[in-house]
Write a protein that binds this ligand. Structure first.
Ligand code: FES
Length: 510
């Protein structure tokens, strides 16, 4: 099981190919074992095979079915956290390398799609960044200046962003951005990996990681093992680690709607604004005279909101005001992004390991960071120089991000402290059918879901990763852990790591 089993269905899940892969049913051996069959894991496998390494890829759910199927798949070399802020926090050289890595990732996707003949609707297009009402006008000026400093050429002013319903005022235009259909692209990658002798296993969670002097042994769900010289953990939130990297990033839920517009009635571009959390917009061609308009936003810290209905109402109101061509809203879904404290992902050797590598902390740029990460991991594993690995080193300490680090960890500590507070409901009678709530039972907290038939599903509310109290997600109908991003189904099964084991069943009598 994985996040495919959460309630909402993305446009990609409904329109992309389904790629079957078997369960792991015997021990395996390869040069590199890769955990996570999303954009980062599949891209890493593909790159390693190009330099002669054998690979095994394994995922707890279907191939390409994790958070990579809940993205909006913007391919942006513009930075969603702004280059001028990155320069202030990590310096000019880091910002230069970051831009180079994002631009190279789009180039790499374009090259692979062309070379492998993957029909994934890849297109180059412009990106536009405009000011939300009331936001600081100097934001755009600072950003264009930062782009000039880091060598991002061609960024220019335009009188307005191509948003049909409003006059955005002057905006920044970024050349050479891109878009694609992520599931079609990932399916193409998987076919290429299998064609060249790579092995891919689905629906098989890895439950243990062991590093020896000569290699790595991964143990999977049914006890079968994968022996490799190195392992890459490319899951949304790393499943091999209890603490280290998890103190440097925080999980956020983000929301997306999509619906048809007449083909050609809305310019094909990436568009985003300065609002906190920002809106992000793109098109996806779907044929029959229509494009799908995709609009995301309304992010919040995972587990810290229950008002998803209101968030979708706001998102749709914003969409209709800015894009009157939107005919209907056919899709509503959510995903989870990991926000690093210093804006950049964590790609490289894991804390305390020699042979285990991670990729996480994508912020809102999962597709480009995932592909740039695959190039970094390939070079690190084969021992080549890589110009970007220093800036994404998971072991880095960013003193300029100390405030953010402290804030996120105080936040996590407050979720551990919830073991001492009361429950959300005093009795199971207060839980309507189809909903869940946290109930205190003596010293314990219980996560209780009442199904439509009235049956109660009672589980411990203590996250099996590191002990925070999980929260009910009424939109996706699952339990979300606010600390490091685990999600659990109503029967307690893990849908998203870092947790490896289910919420245990608990007894409760009213
Ligand atoms: Fe770490 Fe829940 S995800 S405690």
């Amino acid at each position: 099981m994985n996040v495919t089993m959460e309630r909402s269905v993305s446009l990609w899940m409904n329109s992309g190919p389904v790629l079957d892969a078997p369960l792991l049913r015997s021990d395996e051996r390869a040069d590199v074992a890769i955990v996570g069959a999303g954009i980062a894991g599949l891209s890493t496998a593909y790159e390693l095979m190009r330099v002669g390494r054998t690979v095994v890829v394994i995922d707890r759910g279907p191939i390409g079915g994790g958070m990579s199927s809940r993205t909006t798949a913007h391919l942006a070399s513009a930075l969603d956290d702004f280059y001028h802020r990155l320069i202030a926090r990590r310096g000019l050289e880091t910002a230069r390398r970051t831009y180079a890595s994002q631009a190279a990732a789009i180039d790499r996707i374009e090259h692979i799609a062309h070379h492998e003949g993957i029909a994934c609707d890849f297109a180059r297009l412009n990106g536009y960044f405009f000011l939300s009402p009331g936001d600081d006008e100097t934001l755009l000026e600072q950003e264009i200046e930062a782009c000039e400093q880091i060598g991002f050429t061609g960024v220019s002013w335009v009188d307005r962003a191509p948003v049909p319903g409003i006059d955005t005022g002057r905006a920044l235009q970024f050349p050479n951005q891109g878009r694609f259909h992520p599931r079609k692209y990932m399916a193409g990658l998987a076919h290429a990996i299998l064609r060249d002798g790579g092995r891919i296993y689905a629906n098989t969670p890895v439950t243990a990681f062991q590093e020896t002097e000569t290699g790595v042994v991964l143990t999977a769900g049914h006890g079968h093992q994968i022996h490799a010289e190195a392992a890459v953990v490319a899951t949304n939130s790393p499943v091999n680690d209890r603490v280290a990297v998890h103190t440097k990033q925080a999980p956020y839920r983000t929301y997306v709607i999509a619906g048809p517009v007449e083909a050609g009635s809305v310019p094909d571009a990436l568009v985003w604004d300065t609002q906190e959390a920002y809106h992000y917009v793109r098109l996806q061609p779907v044929g029959n005279g229509a494009d799908m308009l995709i609009i995301g936003g309304k992010d919040h810290k995972t587990g810290e909101a229950h008002d998803m209905g209101d968030r979708f109402v706001d998102l749709e109101a914003w969409a209709r005001r800015h894009y009157p061509q939107l005919q209907s809203v056919d899709y509503r879904w959510s995903g989870q992004v990991m926000e690093p404290v210093d804006y950049l992902p964590f790609t490289g050797r894991n804390h305390g390991n020699q042979r285990i590598y991670i990729h996480t902390g994508d912020s809102g740029q999962g597709m480009t960071n995932g592909v740039a990460g695959s190039l970094i991991l390939r070079d690190l594993i084969v021992g080549h120089e890589n110009p970007w690995c220093e800036v994404t080193d998971p072991q880095r300490i960013s003193l300029t991000a100390a405030g953010e680090f402290l804030k996120e960890n105080i936040d996590a500590a407050s979720h551990w402290a919830e073991h001492l507070t009361g429950g959300e409901v005093a009795s199971t009678n207060d839980i309507p059918p189809g909903q869940g709530a946290i109930l205190r039972d003596g010293l314990k907290k219980l996560a209780i879901f009442r199904d439509e038939s009235g049956t109660l599903h009672v589980r411990s509310a203590t996250c099996t990763h590191a002990g925070c109290v999980v929260h009910w997600n009424p939109f996706e109908r699952c339990w979300d852990c606010p600390c490091h991003g685990s999600h659990f189904a109503v029967d307690g099964s893990v849908l998203n790591g870092p947790a490896l084991t289910s919420l245990p069943k608990a007894d409760y009598e009213e």
